[in-house]
Design a binder for this molecule. Structure first.
Ligand code: SF4
Length: 1017
């Protein structure tokens, strides 16, 4: 492989075709050069990480005040941080910094920093926060002894769950090597519906793995996105988009943040997005405003689906009809489907040259099998989903829905983009240009965090696909390592034999089921994981179900754990549903039997940098570092910061020494893995392979000699290779010299149509981003879902669900999207609880991370419940009153504010501003504790027991309050009522908890938080 060709990073704007979106735009230097397929890479302008002048030192690293990972420059004097600014040479933020990023200094010097390992005092209860300081040696020995025993006996009794960390490649590796399946990060309670709904449809999804191409789009539709999601990069992109005259439509119950600058706000009732998407598809199909050519060539829309009921082939009902030809096996769609040729009026091999297939109609194969193109089935599915139908569900005028569909369809039809970039498709057809349909979408948790979110997002992704916008200019574009096959190849073990003492898991702890045989269940069909992910209850729970771990482990369903390790997740507060009861569960003890008096979760390890609410419940506390004190990697093996035009990964390099005895959790994992002699971390004689985490990052390879490691840049002994190459001992130095980022720019001919781009797919295969250079055709119709449905109908020979789950699987594993009312809503007395209640994070704080930040607390120190004035009028209270908010699960007390920017059926608040008294080392009577509140108390992690006779109930058990397909936590399904709190009631928010004392090593809470450079903190 030839070495990368350095280019200055500033080139990216000049290689952009946004100025030449018209047909006939003359070939540019970049287009003509890059069509040769030559690899190029960028090198940053500033070649030193550290710049000195007389009195100060400036160090580059990567921000972690939210998950966007902007490049920052930290200015220090005498070893102290003085200020933080955006790095102008960083490809993600190009020098922009937000309020959070600039306030990192106050996170570093926060009075809530944990500084020492702590052990719960003997005789104290969890929640009392009574700890003694212990040494790291003792802490590590405690954990090692415990984990050695678990690993020798029953590895699944150890569970590792993490929050919004950026090191899942390491934590997942640790769990797999340990041999426990009980591992996941926060995705299951965040936006797994977005990931799964899109990846099971187009092989990629929003945010880290893809997004809207706003430099080229003409129309941008944003749905259910928090006010600062993908903060700086999206703000920069929207700003450019609006300046260039694009139209921005926001579909959201709340008009704040991004929605405030939208040209049009479409207020939507939470949980009804799927109905709107179905109606938009209805109009586009009805009015012929879809991209037929795109659908035919790049999706399975024209492929023929077996529709035989009641014949010998009914076991294949709903599956694609396949030709009887030999095909290679692998995790890709074999090219053996059929089209119906409109000229010859007969079935032919799909994608046969010169064939123009039917998308609509019903046909009979020569053997008598009835078939329909998948698109016909989609058309039938949306036939009843008229704008009027959707309007009755979600309350906006049918004319508005029709107009929105027409705006999308007409923009696609009349404003096509064409660039003179030649490319070759995977079927060896050469194209002289790249074309695009300039309608872009972005959606996130507001759409995902519902029990009907998976199908809503399937509907959105199909809408994007019928508009022909996938990986094309002006539409949705992938970011490496995506696109991936549908579904991606990684699988979990599929039975209890996958877990063995002193043995790594044979497969990944998290994977992508393709059929029932991929589920992780025992012979009775029962769940094997503690969170019940990949079971028949939640088959495609590809990010795990962290929100059910504490409940299941306390209940012993499916079993009790021994040790639960939680990293950077505030499971006793804002990261959990049903917060009050979860706090009680963490303290719950066996009342009978030989374990009487013991905690139901016997050992709880909490690793965090701050004194969160969860720390109070720990048996052992491990003090983590801040992002300014440690090495980190945003790896291609995990969630890198890739751009549309090519892979990008980045690192953090410490700018200051760790405070007190803080240690990076990564170092702790490397240390534990070495002590436990996990195979990938020790040599044949049991000696540790890696000195520390930086050493691990440089030298770890996915397989011996694979050349694939955590970082893609400057690989090979001489640092002249990228993506793949021998470990380079100077790799960290190269990142340090290059703004902590490695950027590789794909040749332009590889940068679009990547699901079908031969050059790209072969490049991706060579660099091990995909296993096969095979087309990744869009799954308008999902055979994966149909396989589960057939199993539930008893029509398959493989695994079938337990009887009590057959109806559930048959209902929700529909190969085409459909709208259904959210599960909790159905079980709620909606006359009593008429309002939807939702949360979002504010721009100034990332979830609970910044309640200790003196600067950001000046922006928010407590939260309100926002609502339409109509709600106050109907319920007899005024703006600013104290009100009760009640769901069927309980009630909280808070202050209300009237707002015209929320649809009248919804109330909302910011998540995680409200705090438990004393937590985060805030004064016990701080506004966060006395005026702030947490809506999570009103949201259950489980659905009400269902005792109906339909077979959809579950005997004596209950279902998680989650999407039945993916296990996505249904945060936004809760329904509430609001009423005035009388003046003689307790003055303050409710509930309140005993104040958490400052733990050893933290220091007393301060009334005034102040920072004096060069002096007292
Ligand atoms: S957007 Fe996020 S990563 Fe970027 S500067 Fe702000 S807090 Fe830091």
């Amino acid at each position: 492989m030839s070495g990368p060709k350095p280019l200055p990073i500033a080139v990216s704007e000049s290689t952009d075709f946004s100025a030449g979106v018209a047909i006939g735009f003359s070939a540019s230097r970049d287009a003509s050069e890059n069509t040769a397929g030559e690899d190029t890479t960028k090198k940053n302008e500033m070649n030193t990480n550290t710049m000195r002048d007389e009195n100060k030192v400036i160090k580059n690293t990567t921000c972690y005040m939210c998950a966007c990972r902007c490049g920052i420059r930290v200015t220090l004097r005498d070893g102290e941080i003085r200020y933080i600014e955006g790095n102008p040479n960083h490809p993600l933020n190009k020098g922009v910094i937000c309020a959070k990023g600039a306030s990192g200094i106050m996170k570093q010097y926060s009075p809530a920093r944990l500084t020492k390992p702590l052990l719960r005092k003997s005789g104290s209860d969890r929640g009392d926060a009574q700890f003694e300081e212990i040494s790291w040696n003792r802490a590590l020995k405690l954990i090692t002894d415990r984990l050695l025993h678990i690993r020798r006996t029953d590895p699944k009794k150890f569970a590792l769950f993490t929050g919004r960390d950026q090191m899942q490649a390491l934590t997942g590796l640790f769990a797999r090597q340990f041999g426990t399946p009980n591992y996941a990060a926060h995705g299951g309670f965040c936006s797994v519906n977005m990931a799964a709904g899109m990846i099971y449809t187009i092989g990629g999804s929003f945010w880290e793995f893809g997004g809207p191409d706003l430099d080229r789009a003409k129309l941008f539709i944003m749905i259910g996105t928090a006010e600062d999601h993908h903060s700086n990069p999206l703000k920069i992109a929207i700003s450019r988009f609006k300046r260039s005259g694009g139209k921005f439509i926001s579909i959201n119950p709340v008009r704040t943040g991004y929605s405030a600058i939208a040209d049009e706000w479409v207020p939507i009732k939470p949980g009804t997005d799927g109905a709107l998407m179905m109606a938009l598809i209805h109009v586009l199909i009805r009015d012929g405003l879809f991209d037929r050519d795109f659908l035919v060539q790049y999706t399975n829309a024209a492929e023929l689906v077996n529709q035989d009921q009641g014949t010998s082939r009914e076991d294949e009902f709903g599956m694609f009809v396949r030709e009887d030809i030999p095909v290679d096996e692998g995790c890709f769609d074999p090219p053996n489907k059929l089209w119906w040729d409109r000229t010859m009026n007969k079935p032919v091999s799909a994608r046969m040259d010169g064939v123009d297939p039917r998308l609509q109609g019903d046909y009979k194969l020569p053997d008598g099998t009835l078939v329909k193109p998948a698109f016909q089935l989609l058309k039938e599915r949306v036939a009843e989903c008229t704008p009027k139908w959707a309007s009755e569900i979600r309350g906006i005028a049918p004319q508005t829905i029709t107009r929105l569909a027409h705006e999308m369809g007409v923009t696609v039809r009349d404003q096509k983009i064409e660039f003179p970039i030649a490319w070759t498709d995977i079927w060896d057809k050469e194209h002289e240009t790249i074309t695009g349909n300039p309608v872009a979408f972005h959606a996130m948790r507001g759409m995902a965090a519902h029990s009907n979110g998976f199908h809503a997002i399937r509907a959105l992704t199909i809408l994007m696909s019928i508009l022909g916008t996938i990986d094309r200019p002006g539409g949705f574009r992938h970011k490496a390592p995506f696109p991936r096959p549908i579904p991606p190849c990684a699988k979990t073990p599929n039975g209890p034999e996958g877990i063995r003492p002193e043995t790594p898991l044979g497969d990944m702890p998290l994977g992508w089921p393709e059929e029932p045989d991929d589920l992780f269940v025992d012979d009775e069909g029962e769940a094997i994981r503690i969170d019940k992910a990949f079971s028949w209850e939640y088959p495609l729970s590809v990010h795990g179900m962290m929100h059910n771990v504490i409940t299941n482990a306390t209940r012993g369903d499916p079993y009790h754990l021994d040790t639960l390790m939680i990293f950077m997740a505030n499971m006793a507060w804002n990261s959990t549903m049903n917060t009050s009861e979860i706090r009680e569960m963490l303290n719950e003890k066996h009342e009978h039997g030989d374990k009487q008096g013991e905690y139901k979760i016997p050992f709880l390890i909490v690793c965090d940098a701050f004194q969160s609410e969860t720390v109070a419940f720990a048996d052992l506390v491990l003090p983590d570092t801040t992002y300014l004190e440690r090495h980190d990697v945003m790896s291609m093996l995990d969630r890198p910061i890739s751009e549309f035009d090519g892979p990008v990964d980045s690192v953090r390099i410490p700018v200051v020494e760790p405070l007190g005895e803080c240690r990076p959790f990564q170092e702790v994992l490397i240390e534990l893995a070495s002590r436990l002699e996990l195979p990938k971390f020790v040599d044949k004689t049991g000696n540790r392979k890696f000195k520390d985490y930086p050493d691990f990052v440089v030298n770890y390879e996915t397989e011996p000699g694979s050349g694939i490691g955590f970082l893609a840049g400057w690989r090979g002994k001489n640092g002249d290779q990228f993506m793949k190459g021998e470990p380079n001992p100077d790799q960290w130095k190269k990142y340090e010299e290059n703004n902590c980022v490695f950027q590789y720019e794909l040749p332009k001919s590889y940068a679009y149509m990547r699901n079908w781009n031969k050059g790209y797919l072969e490049w991706a295969q060579r660099h091990r981003l995909v296993r096969y250079a095979e087309p990744i055709n869009i799954h308008i119709y999902s055979e994966v879902l149909q396989r589960f449905r057939l199993a539930a109908q008893g029509k398959t020979n493989g695994r079938q669900p337990p009887n009590h789950l057959r109806n559930r699987i048959e209902t929700y594993f529909d190969p085409l999207p459909f709208y259904y009312q959210p599960l909790e809503t159905r079980l709620t007395d909606r006359k009593k609880y008429p309002l939807n209640a939702v949360t979002q994070r504010p721009m100034a704080m990332y979830h609970s991370w910044d309640s200790q930040n003196a600067w950001l607390r000046q922006i928010h120190a407590h939260n309100y419940l926002y609502m339409s004035p109509l709600v106050g009028r109907d319920n007899g209270f005024e703006d600013g009153d104290w009100v009760w908010v009640e769901s069927m699960w309980g009630r909280v007390r808070c202050m209300c504010r009237f707002s015209e920017t929320v649809e009248p059926g919804t109330v909302w608040t910011w998540n995680a501003i409200g705090k438990a008294s004393g937590a985060w080392n805030l004064a016990p009577n701080s506004n966060e504790a006395r005026k702030g509140f947490l809506l999570n108390h009103l949201i259950s992690e489980e659905l009400p027991r269902q005792d109906d006779q339909s077979g959809r109930g579950y005997g004596d058990k209950v279902f998680s309050n989650s999407d039945p397909v993916t296990g996505q936590a249904a945060w936004y399904d809760v329904q509430v009522r609001v009423y005035k709190s009388e003046s003689d009631e307790f003055d303050g928010s409710y509930p309140q908890f005993d104040s958490m004392p400052a733990v050893p090593g933290v220091g007393k809470p301060k009334t005034w938080l102040k920072y004096f450079a060069g002096g007292e903190k």
